[in-house]
Ligand binder design. Structure first.
Ligand code: GLY
Length: 531
């Protein structure tokens, strides 16, 4: 079974499974298809993370972008100590692209080899050269990000060929991208990090005063990390360790809540929500202040993941009052939010699973398309604390641990996660898109199933909420909260903020002998199972 944010890509993964490929094969082919058919967030110009469980063994693959070697700690700070806009907009916001290295690593180490590398890329090559039909989802993202894309001539020509939005149902072809994919199919990562594609990236960097060089591209390496493993109410959770904050933050939330009987308190009851918000508030305060790239900073992980830390947090949580975030030390002052990223989950016939989340950061990343190469570059530099103590584009206020350094990976919130039951079999394969709302959404997916017994469709469809320490407010989805519950939460001292929807989070679960999946109903998500 495959779930993604795009129907064409889901089918590509399903076909790989149907032809005997394993979960890793399907994830690789699906991710390349997403890079073509879901250019909003699927990518060659970004990066991501994968958590896998293959033949009973778990792994965590880090293919996060890095800061270019020319990016220094204060490269994106103005004279007043504030982050400058080009940390998240345009060519200087680009981290060294990592997806191609990561997908090759996944194929190389965990692919079945019943499918060659080239075979896994062929559907994407086909999609790029023959085209696919423009749908409402694609149009919506183009509309919303049009202004940003049109600032860059190559992006404008690719996405708005006649100066306007493409027509619904028209064919979207990308022959330049097909050529790039051909080179990757032929030469592996060298087809991207060296030769004509690398030349095209560096040419563009030089022309527009970007930072990435040939050396940055040639030295990029995906890394295998020790997965983050912990238990929540007797279930075993495997998630992504730093440089994603996802697994550690999820573990902190789960550890704090592990002693609460949320089910008895009631699904989405004011008291259950209150304890969840307080756990999120404390976990994000620690995340924002203390986490970063493990190759660059020493993090107090033993402390943050200890029972004593969770107990200390619980001891400061009041029974029926919100704790002001100002009373919980973290990294500084707040603001806004932004989109995006994309998650896919795959399980194969042998019960292997891959949870993979990849991103350009915002929709269409930096807005810069590489000339002659047809793919958009990320704006991942904004995931760093460009000016520690000041909010980034997601309103996250982060500290020195996540300050910029040459070659360093920026802290992420991506949380690809696999949950197994006491029988050792997979119960959930989950993850999400949506910046910092990713981790809180993944927690809710897990809690909805484990704590409250919801089926997978109900768990994915349920209203979502988010708390990240600063701003000191809980974000709810539009119409996602009952008036009475909102009234009681306000009485407890919460500020509630409404947003259209939070995160995109397709999921797969096993219920008894049956696998069930749920595409994201808030967007154009899709699900397919091999016969
Ligand atoms: N770019 C969003 C994240 O990695 O958290």
């Amino acid at each position: 079974m495959v779930v993604t944010d795009d129907a064409i890509s889901t089918k590509v993964g399903r076909d790989v499974l149907a032809a005997g490929g394993n979960a890793a094969d399907a994830a690789v082919a699906t991710a390349f298809a997403l890079a073509v058919a879901y250019p909003t967030a699927g990518n060659l110009g970004g990066g991501g993370f994968a958590v896998t469980r293959m033949n009973g063994a778990v792994t965590a693959l880090d293919f996060r972008e890095t800061a270019p070697l020319a990016a220094t700690r204060d490269a994106f700070v103005d004279a007043n100590g504030k982050p400058v806009p080009d940390v998240r907009d345009g060519i200087r916001s680009v981290g060294v692209p990592a997806s191609v290295a990561g997908l090759f690593e996944l194929y190389d180490k965990l692919g079945s080899k019943k499918k060659t590398w080239r075979e896994l890329l062929l559907p994407a090559i086909d999609l790029a050269s023959k085209g696919f039909l423009v749908d409402d989802g694609f149009l919506e993202t183009l509309k919303r990000m049009g202004e940003r894309l049109k600032k860059h001539a190559v992006s404008a020509a690719l996405f708005f060929p006649d100066g306007t939005l493409p027509a619904k149902g028209s064919l979207f072809r990308n022959p330049d991208l097909a050529s790039v994919l051909e080179r990757i199919a032929e030469k592996g990562p060298k087809g991207f990090y060296e030769g004509p594609t690398a030349d095209a990236i560096v040419r563009q960097m030089k022309a527009e005063k970007g930072l990435i060089t040939h050396l940055d591209l040639q030295s990029y390496q995906a890394k295998w990390r020790t997965p983050m493993e912990f238990t929540y109410h007797g279930h075993h959770v495997t998630s992504m360790p730093p440089p994603s904050s996802g697994g550690v933050t999820l573990a902190m939330i789960c550890h704090i809540l592990d002693t609460y009987d949320l089910r008895t308190l009631g699904w989405q009851s004011p008291t259950a929500l209150h304890f969840m918000f307080e756990a999120m508030r404390r976990a994000y305060a620690a995340r924002n202040a203390k986490l970063g790239d493990p190759d660059f900073v020493k993090m107090p992980l033993d402390e943050l993941l200890s029972k004593a830390w969770a107990e200390e947090q619980r001891s400061t949580m009041m029974k029926d009052r919100a704790t002001p975030s100002s009373e919980i030390p973290s990294a500084g002052t707040p603001s806004g939010t932004g989109p995006h990223t994309t998650h896919l989950s795959v399980v194969d016939a042998d019960g292997n699973a891959v949870a993979m989340t990849t991103t350009l950061n915002f929709w269409y990343g930096s807005g810069v398309t590489v000339e002659g190469a047809g793919f958009v570059l990320n704006n991942e530099m904004d995931d760093f604390a460009a000016a520690p103590g000041q909010a980034n584009g997601f309103g996250l206020v982060q500290g020195e641990a996540n300050a910029i350094a040459p070659g360093k990976r920026m802290l992420s919130s991506m949380t690809p996660t696999i949950v197994t039951g006491s029988d050792g079999k997979i119960e959930l394969v989950v993850g999400a898109a949506g910046g910092p709302t990713i981790t809180t959404t993944v927690f809710q997916q897990i809690s909805n199933v484990i704590d409250f017994g919801l089926d997978i469709g109900a768990a994915v469809g349920a209203p979502r909420f988010h708390m990240q320490h600063l701003p000191d407010a809980v974000v709810f989805e539009k119409d996602g909260i009952d008036d009475g519950v909102a009234f009681r939460l306000k009485e407890m001292g919460y500020t509630l903020t409404e947003r259209g929807h939070l995160a995109d989070a397709p999921a797969i679960g096993r219920f008894g002998a049956e696998w069930r999946g749920a595409a994201e109903p808030r967007r154009t998500g899709s699900l397919a199972a091999a016969p």
